[in-house]
Design a protein around this ligand. Structure first.
Ligand SMILES: [Fe+2]
Ligand SMILES: [Fe+2]
Length: 294
């Protein structure tokens, strides 16, 4: 418990995050970094970057609602304090991704309309399954849904986007790298805190396994919507071919994303996230349930 207390304390958070890897950043990236001109000048790419960023805002708003809602459901003081740091992390994520809507020209007064217009229906359902548990003050299911399922997904999605943008859009890649570091801490908390509670309350397992299966289905359906029939696919192919021709690359999980078709990328992402779920759930004593394939 002593290690747990110091690893997830506010002091550790201050030193590693605001006074550590976020020091000197502005909305998560270096001051002065801008979205690349070719992206802003191309209407198809610009719209696609807005659509993608809206999904990040929707996911982070859900994480903000869940982490703040779970503070009062937490059975111990150390978890409450950790969740308070996480609440601020998630609020920051909402803010930096909302800023990434403002940068390509979404006006602040139009922000909610744009979010409503582009929010993926399956991602909204995914969030609803989790927030229902949080509303019931169900701490164990809430932490599994948030810190293992939602954040396991976010972690891999951000890593993949980071690989794709490291050379094409360094500003966005920097914004993502701080959130990846945050998500790693959040996922670690989930695993460390929940294992002992599951042992104490084994009767909760079936319901949590059902929730994981349902959330995983909506996650895969969101991926399918994002990769298949993507209206910007030709534009992306063009950018990626130019990247490879100039000696660049976008490696992730041992594959070269820059030469892949969107459907192949979807498979790599889905396989990675589901196998991470399986490993992490196994460690806390929950049996992974395979979702239906959308
Ligand atoms: Fe987040
Ligand atoms: Fe998070």
């Amino acid at each position: 418990m002593a290690d747990f207390l110091s690893a997830y304390s506010i002091q550790t958070w201050l030193e590693s995050c605001p006074q550590g890897y976020l020091e000197g950043t502005r909305f998560g990236h270096l001051p002065g970094e801008k979205e690349p001109e070719p992206l802003l000048a191309n209407d198809i790419l610009r719209e696609e970057s807005i659509r993608t960023t809206v999904q990040l805002v929707v996911g982070e708003r859900c994480a903000l609602a869940a982490s703040s809602g779970l503070i009062n459901a937490a059975p111990d003081e150390a978890s409450k304090r950790f969740l308070a740091t996480q609440t601020l992390d998630e609020a920051r994520h909402v803010e930096i991704f909302s800023q990434r809507l403002v940068d390509p020209g979404v006006r602040k007064e139009k922000m909610e309309d744009v979010i409503r217009q582009y929010a993926n229906r399956n991602l909204v359902k995914f969030a609803e399954v989790l927030l229902e548990k949080v509303d019931k003050k169900d701490f164990i299911a809430g932490v599994v849904g948030q810190n293992i399922v939602l954040e396991g997904m976010a972690f891999s999605v951000f890593e993949m986007m980071h690989a794709l943008n490291q050379q094409l859009n360094p500003k966005f890649a920097h914004t993502l790298s701080g959130t990846i570091a945050d998500e790693r801490r959040h996922v670690g908390f989930g695993e460390n805190r929940i294992g002992s509670l599951i042992k104490e309350y084994p009767e909760r397992r079936p319901e949590i396994e059902r929730m994981q299966k349902e959330m995983s289905y909506y996650m895969l359906a969101t991926f399918a919507d994002a990769f298949r029939n993507n209206p910007a696919r030709d534009e992306f192919r063009r950018l990626e071919s130019a990247l490879v021709e100039n000696g660049g690359s976008a490696q992730w999980q041992g594959v070269e994303l820059a030469t892949m078709e969107p459907e192949e990328m979807e498979t790599v992402l889905a396989t990675t996230v589901l196998s991470e779920f399986k490993t992490r759930l196994g460690r806390i004593g929950i049996e992974y349930q395979s979702p239906a394939r959308p």
